[in-house]
Design a protein around this ligand. Structure first.
Ligand code: ADP
Ligand code: MG
Length: 586
């Protein structure tokens, strides 16, 4: 074949693949444009997960008839003129390719009017071909209607997920903008019903709503560095969970996925509060940088950015979160009467700072070492249990009397035994004990169900509903009764209706986690009981009375799988006096 230049519509359809991956990408581009046009109210209407219709209305500047036609051309932008402008960009758009791409692969319509004009304009484009440009009644601002997305490229259409999943992605995109722009009102409609409504208001209110947390569960973080300003909110360490959702980061107002920065935040939790790294805090954090220090032009969909000093940003974010956590810890310490108050420098922050060389001989009881041994030679008590916790003792070895010394930093319980010193993670310890109680009683627990007075419709997004539906039959053998629309008719007596939304959201997350392997009924049951065990347990950060602590210590004597919490974290470390003596060269 001889070389020929592709017709612009075909070139646009190819390029569209880079910008528009799915309906949510259209929503993103349209909202960005509306914000760039100074809108104060943005309404998004979705039909059939965006496959039928994506409509975005704004009350921004609008366009005149000439621009309304020009804006769908490739490289049509009012935002930059030279390449240098890209590096100082403050608006979202600059590539001038979103509208050309979207209009190349849909039935596209613009209705727009500027305040100074009497009449508006309506421009129609089908698969990149201009159909009409005519005067039209319009309010000030712009309406974009995208119908039948991907119809000229059926191969792309086939790649779309079902409507519920596409809607969930749209919702995440929408929330990201709503969180960042509290001075703009946002409404999301699904098939004509409002599903999210954010009136103009405080950023914090939007954050609590989107993260689904009480305001008291969130800790503000703030960093004012010469090259970066950081602000946002992070979750109380004791409430970290296994879900990676709700880890939200923005750089100069752009929502980004950056695993390294998320890791920096987990590192701060680990070092400050001893939170294990497989537990994830929810957070919403905004980083403002000099635009010259960050390259936003590395990815056509702009979900990644390149920092000129990535290491500095990493430390900046880690330090900011660390000091937020420390500040909150100090204020909660001074508020409660703890048995033993340690200053920060005296508190062992890192679990890894429990040094191991001295555990090499004699009575090594460091949970980490202990569980490692057990991982290599598991005795079978219950294979099911072994799959995740590894630590199994058929008969727990006697510990001897444990004498309470006190509580440290509202997190750890110190106890003296005849032969050494025990330090317990109070949450992990209690959680393990509760889990065992439920696990041992599981047969009876499952038989006791309660029928709800009125069926409960869980608060779940489409993605979560679909995941749960896959396991409906199994859940129905485990004390739940869910109808085919996931309305909850009955629940195991061990739960209350109040637990349901969180529990089901948690389960859907677990069902979606491919690392679990096969999601058998036994594992599902275990997960449900873990949830129950975790929720009712004393938290990291709870001040405990001496009697409460002594009770935990007494119960530890009969705890079967003693070394780990249900999630597989150690719940204690032990130093024999012999080891301590050696440490001090006695
Ligand atoms: P970019 O945003 O990169 O400039 P787009 O293709 O998204 O490229 O938009 C092209 C141009 O259309 C914009 O530069 C802007 O001038 C105009 N435009 C797009 N959306 C709107 C809107 N909602 N209100 C006013 N003007 C808009
Ligand atoms: Mg744009």
């Amino acid at each position: 074949m001889k070389i020929h230049i592709l017709p612009p519509a075909v070139a646009d359809q190819i390029a569209a693949g880079e910008v528009v991956e799915r309906p949510a990408s259209v929503v993103k581009e349209m909202i960005e444009n509306a914000i760039d046009a100074n809108a104060t109210q943005i309404d998004v209407f979705i039909k059939d997960g965006g496959k039928k219709l994506i409509e975005v209305r704004d009350n921004g500047t609008g366009m005149d008839p000439e621009d309304a036609e020009k804006c769908v051309l490739r490289h049509a932008t009012s935002k930059i003129s030279t390449i240098d402008d890209v590096f100082a960009i403050r608006s979202f758009g600059f590539r001038g390719e979103a509208l050309s791409a979207i209009s190349a692969i849909s039935n596209f319509e613009i209705v727009t009017k500027q305040e100074k004009d009497d009449a508006g304009t309506c421009v129609k484009v089908d698969a990149g071909k201009l159909i009409s440009n005519s005067p039209s009644p319009a309010n000030n601002g712009t309406i974009f209607r995208v119908k039948n997305l991907f119809f000229p490229v059926p191969a792309r259409l086939a790649h779309l997920k079902n409507s519920g999943t596409e809607m969930a992605a749209i919702r995440r995109e929408f929330e990201s903008f709503a969180l960042t722009h509290p001075h703009i009102g946002f409404k999301l409609f699904r098939d004509e019903t409002v599903v999210l409504d954010f009136p103009i208001g405080k950023q914090f209110d939007r954050v609590t709503k989107v993260l689904g947390e009480d305001s008291s569960a969130l800790i503000p973080v703030e960093g004012n560095l010469p090259a970066a300003k950081i602000h946002g909110w992070v979750l109380q360490p004791g409430r970290c969970g296994t879900s990676k959702k709700s880890q939200l980061l923005w750089v100069n107002g752009r929502h980004i996925d950056d695993h390294k920065l998320a890791w920096a935040i987990r590192e701060a939790y680990h070092q400050t509060a001893g939170i294990e790294k497989h537990l994830y805090p929810k957070f919403a954090i905004w980083i403002e940088l000099d635009p010259l220090l960050v390259d936003v032009n590395v990815h056509p969909r702009k979900t990644e950015v390149k920092f000129s000093e990535p290491g500095d940003i990493w430390s900046a974010i880690k330090n900011t979160v660390t000091s937020g956590l420390q500040r909150s810890e100090r204020s909660s310490l001074s508020a409660g009467g703890t048995v033993a108050q340690f200053t920060e420098s005296q508190t062992p922050h890192r679990t890894s700072s429990f040094r191991s060389p001295s555990f090499s001989g004699g009575q090594k009881r460091s949970a980490a070492n202990f569980s490692r041994e057990l991982f290599t030679q598991p005795k079978s008590f219950s294979d099911l249990h072994a799959e995740r916790s590894g630590a199994i003792e058929e008969e727990p070895a006697p510990v001897g009397k444990l004498q309470l010394v006190g509580q440290v930093a509202k997190k750890y319980i110190l106890a003296e035994a005849e032969n050494g010193l025990w330090v317990f993670d109070q949450h992990a310890l209690h959680e393990r004990q509760r889990f065992e109680m439920f696990w041992n009683d599981r047969e009876t627990l499952l038989k006791e169900k309660q029928t709800l007075l009125v069926p409960h419709t869980p608060q779940l997004d489409e993605e979560q509903r679909e995941l749960l539906l896959k396991k409906r039959d199994q859940l129905n053998t485990l004390g739940f009764e869910l109808d085919e629309n996931l309305n909850v008719i009955a629940i195991p007596s061990l739960f209350t209706e109040k637990d349901l939304d969180m529990l089901l959201a948690d389960l859907s997350e677990w069902i979606g986690d491919e690392q679990i392997g096969e999601h058998t009924s036994d594992k599902l049951l275990r997960k449900i009981l873990e949830y129950k065990a975790c929720r009712g347990s004393v938290m990291f950060g709870d001040a405990l009375q001496p009697e409460e602590m002594q009770k935990l210590l007494d119960d530890f004597q009969t705890t079967q799988w003693r070394n780990l919490c249900p999630h597989g974290r150690p719940n204690h470390v032990f130093w024999s006096f012999e080891d301590l003596d050696k440490e001090f060269h006695r």
